[in-house]
Design a protein around this ligand. Sequence first.
Ligand SMILES: *Cc1c(COP(=O)(O)O)cnc(C)c1O
Length: 443
Amino acid sequence: MRAGVLPAAAARLGTKSTHHWSAAMQISFDLLRSSDPDVFDAVLGEERRQREGLELIPSENYAFPEVYATNGSVFANKYAEGYPGRRYYGGQQFTDRIESLAIERAKRLFRAEHANVQPLSGSPMNQAVYFACLTPGDTVLAMDLSHGGHLTHGAPVSCMGRIFNFVRYKTVGLDGYIDYDAVLETAKQVKPKIVLCGHSSYPREIDYARFRAIGDAVGALCMADVSHVGGLIAGGALANPLDAGFDIVTTTTHKSLRGPRGGMILSKASLAQKIDSAVFPGMQGGPHMNAVAGIAVTLKLAAEPAFKEYAAQVVRNARVLAEELVSQGCTLITGGTENHLIVINTVQSFDIDGRVAETALDLAGLTVNKQVIPDDPRPPLKPSGIRLGTPALTTRGMKEEQMKQVAAWMVQALRSPADEARLRAIHNEVRVLCAQFPVPGLD
Ligand SMILES: *Cc1c(COP(=O)(O)O)cnc(C)c1O
């Protein structure tokens, strides 16, 4: 074993014969260090940042350590346009094997009739569904961005918003809950082809049966974009829209699922052909087979009992963190959480905008993102709140006790956003906690 190469992985392999070890991985880090020290230093710097800070951005996570191996594998060299058994290039015996594994595992884990694991990320994944099921100008009923929806749900700045007619429903009042009766009324008026639910910043569970009924009432397809909560659904901590009869479920693979960057489309068998053609050749060329390999591994690990426990703990941690924040005077959108994420109205709670809050927390070693709140009167780069979540901390093994500590640090930092000495002192305490909770694969 060469010194200094992937030390954690090497230690796990122990004294096993290097015969079982990928030659490409052994060599690549040593070479990178000498060929491009700037990039190598940045890799090490980022690794250290991820180890020594508390990662609270709810869309981020630490991938399963196995994913670093597949991401860096020779599958990145391979063109595999097409699908297993019907490719446009030769040499597919191993790509076919990993993609078939990923598809079978996805179907089993999510109880889906069909799975496409090729989308390069979450955005092309949703675009492929629209092109599979709609013609330009067709109507989609989806959640408004500032109320929790995603850019790809028809925000006017997105290309999709210019090609299809998105009508966007909102949450109501200070509670910030979805008003299903209002969604039904709008659906009756605008007659969408797709009723779309799913979100990036809605801290509540979704009533998929209600959405299915709305879709049925107007003859629309039901689509759920569970990009944020895919791992929590896989782990059984949240409801699966496919169990409520949804036609299409999309999810990223790199958020709560802990896989490589990518997307998956799960659907009824009747839509399989249209969806596969929309992904390739409709939207994309060659799939990233290194990501597909990582998705296969991720889906195997996500089916294990330990991942069920992980998913349940993510939700428990978020609930405790939210309760602590509320008890210390924070105003939360919807007053709490039922999933992994929390949105704090920082203007109301601390009289600072989300940008100031994000910067102060960064100095204290707590990484969050600024976030618009429903119908935010402020601009997106200086919005009224911040968004945070528990997937990454839970991956480190943190539990309820640590969530209470995190809430205390957050409130201290947000009460004194200009006191740099105080913020740095918090960061020192954060480092001590981080040292007790190693990141799988990095420590
Ligand atoms: C993150 C996310 C996406 C897009 O994923 P990217 O990989 O960033 O393109 C789509 N939909 C929702 C709801 C998301 O949260």
